[in-house]
Design a protein around this ligand. Structure first.
Ligand SMILES: [Fe+2]
Length: 687
């Protein structure tokens, strides 16, 4: 596994100036005088392997178009044993960001690095850690995070993560942070235009040089717009400290490009052809998040060199729902984000892109509004959703001609369309191949989107509560349009896992702004509950979640209010029965909202509703930690209160709870079995 200097130089030759090989340790040759103000976005490192890592900073200059910094890497924090010393070019065409690949490092080692300009002005010191060798049997530790809206919140979760990691025994310290997207929110509010949203104060992030608005939100259209947002986000001190402490392995979700965008189509309310906007989003992501993602212009780490594209409407779609239009293809392939990452004996991390190749949303055809069901908040018949997802392939290629809700019928809008794909054909083939080839103990799918079904059982509501009657023969799907409703594609992947006898499969995801723990299964009752692995969703670091929105938006007199919020007679904050709805069903919620008797409420649990869920908290914020060993996976949810204001405490403020989900490695054919224990705090109705 040891790569030679020669092969490193050969593979890295095309990278240009931005690489360095280690040399014997010696004292620093650089006069370094720390000037953090000249490096306003701090430092970072990304995508470590056992022998190399990419280091990053940004040093803007008022004059010229290109300057050369020096990067130093040392075995000690004081830089007495410097083992790499190399030029690090920055240029205006990369918004003065630098990336340097350092090779020849030792596996599973901590290193320190810093940048210095020609006048001795230095960046802060960063710390990074290389990956262990694939034969290294030691325990692997990483955190997974997502959704860090600093327009509407603060990153106390990173402060907590740093505080705990500094105090953890070495064997429990994090090796890297997996960022599953919404690193930025491209929709920016200006505090002088809007002061608050839900419980949140709107904080200044950026002023966009251009762009339309969607409601209160400004939207970028150019690379300078996206760059302004990254700079605004990276001004956050807790995010800077986190990036200076750990290497990050990152994947974008939707907001790095566009809220409801897909392929190269920009969408925030209305759709617009956005080939140049997708390229701009990719360029800014590449400039601000150091990674080994492949860009179309070649391996140079100095500049992105965006391909030229024109914004034209896509009129033709191929058999997998991919827009058959050259500018679209160029834009979505301008940066390939999906990749896999071996980390010691126990981890193969397989990361996928859920937005660049996905087919059109099958659930939103305007004709479906005629079916009604509006009284049932956020609920849609699961059988209907499954038919829409399956398109022409549904029911063995015999899709229904019509879809219905009660007495209402409309023609099935997806009857002739391909089944929904989130990965797209090319990425999916790659993903399946990675799963088959994996030899690590644990195969962790870094999927930015939650993959656990969210459903409820309104068929069990007492008569008279609603005017409309919920169809007797179906559960309600309450998933966002994510992997929780990608029924066909999910089944294809889970079937492969079962058929290929793959064990140790688990999904880690984000996007839902809530904590979930459970099982990966293609079917739920009345189908066969047959888990092939585990599935986790980590809460938002800061972005507002469902419970916060519901507290503000749900009418006090809504007949179904008890399914979401239980109002205490003393006027205290309502309890979050929505969590109970997804895990136990409507009967439990109605009982709880009446008696506040948890035991009685749980005794009315519908056992067929959610055998796939062990834990769900739609009001959680924070981060998740994963520990992998030869025989066990341990996933810890660290939940903090709503991060409305920055905590000045060194630990980032109080915890709401800490909950641990463990599972022993199962053998092929066995069912994985999660054990959930609350280590501290109060999880409310999440269990
Ligand atoms: Fe998000």
């Amino acid at each position: 596994m040891k790569i030679s200097r020669r092969s490193f130089l050969k593979t890295a030759a095309a990278i240009g100036a931005s690489l360095a090989w280690v040399e014997p340790a010696r004292g620093s040759r650089v006069h370094w005088n720390e000037r953090r103000d000249l490096y306003p976005q701090g430092v970072a490192s990304g995508d470590p392997d056992p022998h190399s890592v990419i280091l990053w900073t940004r040093r803007p200059f008022a004059q010229g178009t290109r300057q050369i910094l020096t990067v130093e890497v040392a075995e000690d924090e004081a830089f007495r044993r410097v083992i790499a010393h190399a030029p690090a070019p920055v240029s205006s065409s990369a918004d003065w960001t630098a990336r340097v690949l350092i090779g020849g490092l030792k596996p599973a080692r901590t290193y320190w690095y810093r940048f210095t300009d020609a006048d001795g002005n230095g960046s802060r010191v960063g710390r990074t850690i290389t990956a262990p060798l694939p034969t290294d049997p030691r325990t692997v530790n990483f955190a997974f995070v997502s959704c860090q809206d600093v327009n509407e919140g603060k990153l106390n979760a990173y402060r907590r993560m740093i505080y705990e990691d500094e105090r953890a025994p070495a064997a429990h310290q994090l090796g890297f942070v997996l960022h599953l997207g919404d690193f930025i929110y491209e929709m920016v509010e200006y505090p002088d235009e809007v002061k608050t949203r839900y419980d949140r104060t709107i904080y200044e992030v950026a002023r966009l040089p251009e762009g339309p608005k969607a409601g209160n939100f400004h939207i970028p259209l150019t690379v300078d717009g996206y760059r302004a947002i990254y700079k605004g986000y990276l001004a956050d001190p807790d995010l800077q400290d986190a990036r200076a402490r750990w290497p990050f392995v990152a994947m974008w979700d939707n907001h790095e490009f566009s809220y409801q965008g897909w392929q190269s189509i920009q969408k925030a309310g209305k759709e617009r052809p956005g080939q140049s906007i997708k390229v701009a989003a990719n360029q800014a992501w590449w400039e601000y998040l150091p990674s080994r993602c492949k860009k179309v212009s070649g391996p140079s780490l100095e500049t992105f060199d965006p391909p030229a594209v024109t914004n034209v409407a896509i009129e033709k779609w191929d058999e997998n729902g991919l827009g058959d239009e050259p500018n679209n293809r160029t834009a979505i392939n301008s940066l390939i984000g999906y990749r896999s990452y071996r980390y010691g004996k126990h981890l193969d991390l397989i990361i996928t892109d859920q937005h660049s190749y996905r087919s059109a949303d099958p659930f939103s055809d305007p004709s479906l509004a005629k079916l009604g069901g509006d009284e049932f908040i956020d609920m849609a018949p699961e059988t209907l959703m499954q038919a829409l997802d399956g398109g022409r392939a549904f029911n063995g290629g015999n899709p229904p001609a019509e879809v219905s809700f009660g007495d209402a019928h409309v023609p099935n809008p997806q009857k002739d369309k391909p089944p929904q794909t989130i990965l797209g054909a090319t990425q999916k083939a790659w993903f399946k191949d990675q799963l088959r080839k994996s030899t690590a103990t644990w195969k962790i799918w870094g999927n930015s989107e939650g993959a656990l079904d969210a459903r409820s059982d309104p068929q069990n509501l007492p008569p008279g509560l609603t005017k409309e009657i919920w169809p007797k023969d179906t559960y309600a799907s309450m998933s966002p349009p994510d992997y929780g409703m990608a029924y066909t594609e999910r089944a294809e992947i889970y079937d492969l896992i079962r058929d290929a006898k793959i064990t140790g499969f688990a999904i880690v995801s984000g996007d839902r702004h809530s904590f979930w723990a459970g099982y990966a299964t293609s079917e739920l009752p009345p189908g066969k509950f047959d888990p092939v692995g585990l599935s986790f969703v980590g809460a938002s670091l800061s972005s507002p979640g469902t419970m916060e929105a519901t507290e503000h938006n749900l009418s006090k007199t809504d007949p179904l209010r008890a399914l979401f919020l239980a109002d205490r007679p003393d006027g205290a904050k309502p309890d979050w029965t929505h969590n109970m709805l997804l895990k136990h069903g409507v009967r439990s919620c109605l009982e709880y909202a009446k008696s506040f008797d948890l035991e009685r409420a749980r005794s009315l649990s519908n056992p067929d509703l959610a055998p796939h869920l062990e834990f769900v908290d739609l009001g959680g914020h924070g981060y998740a930690k994963v520990q992998l060993s030869a025989d066990e996976i341990r996933t810890e949810f660290v939940c903090i209160p709503r991060p409305i204001a920055r905590s000045e405490r060194p630990d980032g403020g109080p915890l709401r709870y800490r909950v641990l989900h463990t599972a022993a490695l199962w053998k092929s054919g066995e069912r994985p079995q999660l054990k959930t224990s609350v280590l501290e705090g109060d999880v409310g109705l999440a269990i």
